[in-house]
Design a protein around this ligand. Structure first.
Ligand SMILES: C[S@@+](CC[C@H](N)C(=O)[O-])C[C@H]1O[C@@H](n2cnc3c(N)ncnc32)[C@H](O)[C@@H]1O
Length: 351
C-alpha cells in the first residue's frame, strides 16, 4: 500500500491547492491569539493587529487575530467531506494589556466560529502539556484575593462537518483493519488526557529542540491518537498550520495520506532531514501498541478475566469482535516527490 503526503509552503487562508471535499480529517494547532510569541506573525497577516496591541486594545486585537484564523476555518469547511472531522488543538491566553490582566478564551471563540460555519461540536478533550514549571506561581503571592490560576491545559476541540456521520460499505477492510484495541479505546476516548507524556519518540534530534519550541510543536501522541480515532486507512489528513510536520509524521506512521501547508519554509527542510528515520519510528510506534496490548492481556488474566475473541493477524486475544481484524502497518520506504513524499507501507513486522 502507498500513501502520499503533500506539503506546501504557503498561506492557509487560501488553500486552493487542496480540492473541495478531498479531506476526511483535519488535525491542527493554530498560532494562539494573544500569546505573545505569535504577535508578529498575526501582525504580518493583518497590520491592524499590531496597531490594536500598541494602542492597548486587547479585545480588538483578539478579535482581529481570530478573523485571520476564520479565513482558514472557511477553507476547512470547503475541503472537508460531509461527516469529516476537524480536531483543533488550542489553548486560552492570559495577558496584561494596558495594565489589565485577563484571560482571552480562544477555545470559546474557535467553537463559536466553527458553529457559525455549520460544524457540529462533538465532545472535546482537555490535555495537560508536559512542562516543568517550578517558577509557574512566581509573582502570584501568598495573600488573597488578587492571584490568578495558571493555565496548563489545552483543548482539542472536535467538530463534525454537517449533521451526519460518514458512511462506509459494510465490512470495509480499511475501517476494520484500522480498529483500535478495547483498552486503547478506553484511554483515548476519555475527555481528560493525563497520559500525554511527549515520550513517543519523534524524528527531531536534540539540535531541533529549539525549532520545536519556536514552532510550539505538539507531541506526536496527539495527532497520532486523533488520526487513529477519527479516520480510516486510505483517508487524507490535513494540517493547515503544519509547523514542524508532526501531523504528517503521525499520518505516515498511521498509514493515512496527508496534506499540509506552512508559511515558514525552513520547517520543511528540517522535516526532510529527518525523513529517513520514519520507517524505524513507525515500527516502534506499532510495536509499542502491540506490546502495551500484551501487557493488558496479562494483567486482565491475572485478575481472572478471560477473553472471548482472538485477533486475526496477531497471536493475541482481544476483548471485542470488532478488534479481531486490527492490522497495524509500518513504513517501508519514503521517497521524495515533487510536492512532498510517497510512502510505502507494509503490515507491521514483528521480528
Ligand atoms: C502552533 S504552530 C503548529 C505546530 C505544529 N502542530 C507542530 O507540531 O509543529 C502554528 C504554525 O502555523 C504556521 N502558520 C501561521 N499562520 C499560518 C497561515 N496563515 N498559513 C500557513 N501557516 C501558518 C506558523 O508558522 C506555525 O508554524
Amino acid at each position: 500500500m502507498e500513501t502520499t503526503h503533500r506539503v506546501f509552503v504557503g498561506d492557509s487562508r487560501d488553500l486552493s491547492a487542496v480540492d473541495d471535499e478531498s479531506v476526511e480529517l483535519v488535525v491542527t494547532s493554530p498560532p494562539y491569539p494573544m500569546i505573545e510569541m505569535w504577535d508578529d506573525l498575526f501582525t504580518e497577516l493583518d497590520p491592524a493587529i499590531g496597531d490594536a496591541l500598541a494602542a492597548g486594545d486587547g479585545y480588538d486585537a483578539f478579535e482581529a487575530m481570530h478573523a485571520q484564523l476564520e479565513r482558514v476555518w472557511d477553507e476547512l469547511e470547503r475541503v472537508l467531506v460531509d461527516g469529516g472531522i476537524a480536531c483543533i488543538n488550542v489553548g486560552d491566553a492570559t495577558r496584561s494589556v494596558d495594565g489589565s490582566f485577563r484571560v482571552y478564551p480562544n477555545h470559546a471563540r474557535v467553537l463559536e466560529a466553527f458553529e457559525e460555519r455549520g460544524f457540529e461540536p462533538l465532545p472535546d478533550v482537555l490535555w495537560r502539556k508536559p512542562a516543568n514549571s517550578a517558577a509557574k506561581f512566581m509573582g502570584s503571592g501568598m495573600i488573597p484575593p488578587n492571584a490568578y490560576v495558571t493555565l496548563e491545559h489545552e483543548y482539542i476541540l472536535v467538530f463534525r462537518k454537517g449533521a451526519r456521520s460518514r458512511e462506509f460499505e459494510p465490512r470495509a477492510d480499511r475501517r476494520y483493519e484500522a480498529a483500535y484495541f478495547w483498552e486503547e479505546r478506553n484511554r483515548w476516548f476519555t475527555d481528560v488526557w493525563t497520559d500525554v507524556t511527549g515520550e513517543l519518540q519523534s524524528i527531531d534530534g536534540p539540535a531541533d529542540d529549539d525549532l520545536r519550541e519556536r514552532s510550539a510543536a505538539y507531541p506526536l501522541e496527539i495527532p497520532y491518537r486523533l488520526i487513529c480515532m477519527y479516520s480510516a486507512y486510505g483517508d487524507t489528513v490535513l494540517d493547515p498550520f503544519w509547523g514542524t510536520g508532526t501531523t504528517t509524521l503521525a499520518a505516515m506512521c498511521a498509514g493515512r495520506h496527508s496534506v499540509g501547508s506552512e508559511l515558514e519554509d525552513a520547517f520543511l527542510a528540517v522535516f526532510d532531514d529527518g525523513v529517513d528515520e520514519v520507517p524505524a519510528l513507525s515500527r516502534s510506534v506499532g510495536r509499542a501498541r502491540l506490546e502495551r496490548h500484551r501487557s493488558f492481556v496479562d494483567r486482565r488474566r491475572d485478575e481472572g478475566t478471560g477473553f472471548e475473541y482472538e485477533a486475526d493477524y496477531y497471536d493475541t486475544p482481544v476483548v471485542t469482535k470488532m478488534e479481531r481484524g486490527i492490522r497495524l502497518r509500518e513504513v517501508r520506504a519514503v521517497d521524495g516527490i515533487e510536492d512532498g513524499y510517497r510512502v510505502e507501507h507494509a503490515p507491521l513486522s514483528l521480528e
